[in-house]
Design a protein around this ligand. Structure first.
Ligand code: SF4
Length: 261
């Protein structure tokens, strides 16, 4: 008698960042793909609002959102990188805390990864794995869903959006170097403890005077003293938070898509 070959079913995976688009996609697909596996690559430096929102989303989805990176957070990898802070040109944080955990989570299984790029974002593609066992799928693009549809999905679910959108335009680590000056000001105003913690990561070499900072413009204290260039993420009186976010969204300023979608 010959053993029948056991073929493993294709896995369906959706990575959540705590941002509006991936959250809306999870809501959109909840009943369409019941076998979906959800995951959240926690960097250990997430905003409390993000963690709260992921918990709420987990309740809504009715199944666990697997937290990746247990025990290996940003500080762990910072030490491995000789305490050199990441930067737009040296994104070891994205690689170690987002991309590698995602690919390890899948292993050699055949999987479809669902990405929350919308139909009105022709120039964005998100993270596409080069591993041949991982296929990528763009349900919003394929179904022609645009900004207003995302808003409707989030509103009708009752979840809305995380509170950090009142002062910040994207999800991600509280100290993310992609933040604009106004967002650093928002961090200082809303989470002074986290702002102080972000400052503690910055170093000045006493011998050379070289600065190791989050922003090329200087230390966070110096950055906040500079004239303000960007418009603040402010709630317009007549609008709800979600409307302001969609108005304020700057599609060309991608930052770290895998962290923020
Ligand atoms: S949110 Fe920013 S700091 Fe955090 S992992 Fe992504 S790029 Fe790095």
């Amino acid at each position: 008698m010959t053993d029948k070959l056991q073929v493993k079913p294709v896995r369906h995976l959706l990575g959540l960042s705590g941002g509006k688009d991936s959250s809306a996609l999870a809501i959109y697909l909840r009943d369409k793909i019941p076998e979906m596996e959800y995951f959240f690559a926690d960097t250990g430096a997430e905003l409390p609002e993000t963690l709260e929102f992921v918990d709420l989303l987990e309740d809504y989805l009715g199944k666990p959102i697997v937290r990746l990176n247990a025990g290996r957070d940003f500080d762990y990898y910072l030490k491995l990188h000789n305490n050199y802070l990441p930067s737009p040109g040296q994104r070891w944080c994205t690689i170690n805390l987002k991309l590698i955990p995602f690919e390890n989570f899948i292993g050699d299984d055949h999987a479809i990864s669902y990405i929350a790029i919308r139909a009105d974002e022709p120039d964005r593609s998100g993270y596409i794995s080069k591993k041949l066992n991982i296929k990528t799928c763009f349900p919003f693009k394929d179904d022609g869903l645009i900004k207003d549809d995302i808003k409707n999905i989030l509103e009708s679910s009752g979840l809305g959006v995380p509170d950090y959108y009142k002062w910040r335009s994207r999800s991600g680590c509280y100290f993310c170097f992609f933040q604009r000056q106004e967002e650093w000001i928002g961090l200082k105003n809303n989470h002074p403890d986290l702002f102080d913690r972000a400052k503690e990561y910055e170093k000045v070499d006493p011998l050379s005077g070289k600065k190791y900072t989050w922003n090329q413009a200087g230390t966070l204290d110096e950055l906040l003293l500079k004239p303000r260039k960007e418009k603040a993420v402010k709630l317009k009186k007549s609008k709800k938070l979600i409307d302001n976010i969609l108005d304020d969204e700057n599609d060309s300023d991608d930052g770290c898509l895998i962290c923020t979608l």
